[in-house]
Design a protein around this ligand. Sequence first.
Ligand SMILES: *Cc1c(COP(=O)(O)O)cnc(C)c1O
Length: 442
Amino acid sequence: MNESTNQLLKPVTLKTNECGNLEIGGCDLAELVEKYGTPLYVIDEATLRNVCDDYKKAFSKYKNVNMMFASKSLCTMATSVILSQEGFGFDVVSAGEIYTVYKSGVDMKKVLFNGNNKSFDELSLALELGVGRISVDNFFELDLLNEIAKSHSKTVDILLRITPGIECHTHEYIQTGHLDSKFGFDLTQIDEAVELILNSYTNLKLHGLHAHIGSQIFETKVYHDEIEILVKEIARLDEKFGLKLDEINIGGGLGVKYTESDCPPSTFEIADVIVNSLTESIKKYGIEPPALFIEPGRSIISTCGVTLYTIGSSKQVPKGKKYVAVDGGMADNPRPSMYQAKYSAEIANCKKDESLQTVTIAGRFCESGDILIKDIELPNPQEGDILCVYNTGAYNYSMASNYNRVQKSQMVIVNNSKSDIIVNRETLDDLISHDVVPDRLK
Ligand SMILES: *Cc1c(COP(=O)(O)O)cnc(C)c1O
């Protein structure tokens, strides 16, 4: 089986150049730091295009496949433009994501709006900007959306988000009859929802079923089980209501390699399981082949991104750990402090002294839990060295905060020895730009 880009730890263009510095996309990382400062998110365009190619090749065996990039993993205008050029649609979860892809010139028909508590304003914006599909999550939303659609004199194209009763953990999964999840209709609630759509909610048109079973998935069998459940439901709804659903959206979730010990399956392997399972289930339950939608986020963008930090202070705890602090941390990458996510890193500048030390990389934020990497071996890390943390393209910038009133970091894209800013670093004035001091306090 071919290796795919999501199985790599580092961007495809990463190498050590003649100066002994790391480079990505032909750009020397030490030079990038000199030019833009740190912390700096760097996106490698070649890796991103490679990943998109992998996906397109891997799924070419099924004739009607639609790739929807899960924007919540990284939502910027420039990356939206690239993904749109590569033929991807977008899975969005907020007014902010809808607006970002809209302003990027994305074909809004290829946008699907998800979420368990979409607001009146968000649903209205989705209708106004012509979002192609809304995945309705619950009974409250069916009612709300139908009212909004009526007031716009529109028929809205929807999917039903269902909870197929499969829960994934990274290396194992459990299957339960009724999964306790905040997302989607339970399998036992589908009929009631369909009856409402067919009989009462005349401004809603149901096209298919949608599920998403988890994230950072290494197990291929869960997709097989998920597809079987979705196809079986489609066949059952046809039999019971004469309803012809021709779209099946299986969500995202394919894993990536954060550390050497992670071995995610390749995109090709996952695609084979998905396409074979779908073909098998179509035969078994006797339905017309539906259009298949997949929504990868992490496995598209994670490997494309690295974060560069400058090392500052160090602290040797007597008889304990050595802490090496960087100029970022939980505000630009909340994943380690939020769920003990692991990362790999290297020093990006040439090191004369290569004696390895085991150190813990501490962030600069005022929380003891702000630790980026525990116990990593690095060649004599010193003040002024540049630390390059791999696999930070997904769920880093998109989860970033202004904790400690620190400005959000800049993001650049590199390709063919050129670097371009795609997100500007926030300024101090940006930070206070939304503050208001009432007159009576002055
Ligand atoms: C988060 C999410 C995705 C993307 O998940 P990844 O693990 O980043 O691939 C896709 N679909 C839905 C509905 C999601 O909530």
